[in-house]
Design a protein around this ligand. Structure first.
Ligand SMILES: NC(=O)c1ccc[n+]([C@@H]2O[C@H](COP(=O)([O-])OP(=O)(O)OC[C@H]3O[C@@H](n4cnc5c(N)ncnc54)[C@H](O)[C@@H]3O)[C@@H](O)[C@H]2O)c1
Ligand SMILES: [Zn+2]
Ligand SMILES: [Zn+2]
Length: 367
């Protein structure tokens, strides 16, 4: 079948038509991919060469094309959204609904099943299933627990965004931080993830949402979707805006959604007593930051926490996010700023590199 293959990190993705896909095993589902968004985590994998060869694309929706033994919650022809973190459902982590503590779910990082196999191969050689999904291909095979059935009237184009950007950004605000009504929130980095965090903060009823990004068009998008204030990436400018909005007390929450480690320490600085900084961005692991004196975590009781896929539990949170969209509280349509065919995938990544628009969606076999 056709797919965009990462075979050499220094070259563009290669369009191939001879990718092999295994039948779904027991507990797996084969999905005909309809739409797949381009997330910065895919770009980080390309540039770091962490997973080669691989089919990337982990923000996807499609139609069930086949199910393995024991799968009963979806059947052929169902519209579904795919989530990268597919919990096993019976380990200690799953008992607490924490996918990051589930070995099956966390195998997404390696781009293989927990047993190191992959449903993808080419010319007899293993091809990684990028970040648990592998959706820059006509079909993929994923664990059934990573597939959530959608109502027939939910367009697959908007549903795909929930797969990564939306559950990550909105979930970081509603699940990880539990932002309360009236809080002051800072979001640094306004791509698909940051814009989703801005929308999450609006839904939570934050009184001030200060959005920061060097790119003017992204600041404008944030203002349209819920930010009350927007500033560039100059830390001094951001500090002044936060001091002004909070009468010098500091923000209640800061979300680092750019993938710039220094923004985590800046978050700790600009949050006030009892404030929480949430690290959502995923820079290459060798990029580090100095968080300065840790006394603030004690005397001022500041908190610095991480968030993976917004702490979402698929069967609980995906329907909730779809419901927010159905009620008009979550604007997903405005986040899609470009649509390209699979052949345009490298142009899509170039748009991401240049921070053009908010999200580019690859139309694979739109239905
Ligand atoms: N935690 C998770 O589960 C999770 C899930 C998805 C994505 N991510 C990560 O989240 C980050 C954002 O992803 P995305 O797809 O929205 O990326 P994106 O490239 O579309 O957006 C990043 C934005 O950050 C801005 N930026 C860069 N430097 C900045 C600075 N100093 N201050 C403020 N803004 C700055 C850029 O201009 C850009 O608009 C990436 O690191 C990605 O890997 C994490
Ligand atoms: Zn992602
Ligand atoms: Zn588990």
């Amino acid at each position: 079948m056709r797919a965009a293959l990462l075979s050499d990190p220094s070259s563009p993705l290669e369009l191939v038509d001879d990718l092999d896909l295994a039948d779904p095993r027991p507990g797996e589902v084969c999905v005909a991919v309809s739409h797949s968004g381009i997330c910065h985590s895919d770009l980080t994998i390309i540039e770091g060469g962490y997973m080669v060869p691989a089919v990337l694309g982990h923000e996807a929706a499609g139609v069930v094309a086949g199910v393995g033994d024991g799968v009963s919650h979806v059947s052929e022809g169902d519209k579904v959204m795919i989530t990268p973190l597919a919990p096993c459902g019976h380990c200690d982590g799953c008992a607490r609904q924490q996918a990051s503590r589930c070995t099956q779910a966390m195998s997404f990082v390696a781009g293989t099943r927990p047993d190191a196999s992959s449903p993808f191969s080419r010319r007899g050689r293993l091809v990684h299933r990028g970040l648990g999904v592998g959706a820059f291909a006509e079909h993929t095979v994923v664990p059934a627990s990573g597939v959530v059935r959608l109502d027939d009237d939910v367009p697959l184009e908007v549903a795909c965004l929930i797969g990564c950007a939306v559950q990550t950004g909105v979930g970081a605000v509603l699940n990880t931080a539990s932002v309360e009504r009236g809080a002051t929130v800072v979001v640094t980095g306004l791509g698909g993830v940051g814009i989703s965090a801005v929308q999450g903060a609006r839904i939570a009823g934050a009184s001030r949402i200060i959005a920061s990004d060097p790119v003017e068009s992204r600041r404008q998008a944030a203002l349209r979707l819920g930010a009350t204030d927007a500033v560039g990436a100059d830390p001094a400018e951001l500090k002044a805006a936060v001091a002004d909005a909070t009468r010098g007390r500091g923000a209640d929450y800061a979300f680092e959604t750019a993938g710039v480690p220094g923004l985590a320490s800046l978050g700790v600085e600009i949050t006030g007593s009892g404030g929480t900084t949430v690290v959502v961005g995923a820079p290459p692991p060798e990029h580090t930051t100095d968080i300065g004196s840790t006394t603030v975590f004690m005397i001022q009781q500041k908190r610095l926490v991480g968030s993976l896929l917004g702490d979402c539990w698929p069967s609980r949170d995906i329907p909730l996010l779809v419901g927010l969209w159905q009620r008009g509280e979550l604007d997903l349509e405005s986040m899609i700023t470009a649509r390209l065919p699979l052949e345009g995938i490298n142009e899509g990544f170039n748009r991401l590199r240049k921070a053009q628009g908010v999200r580019t969606v690859i139309e694979i076999s739109p239905s």
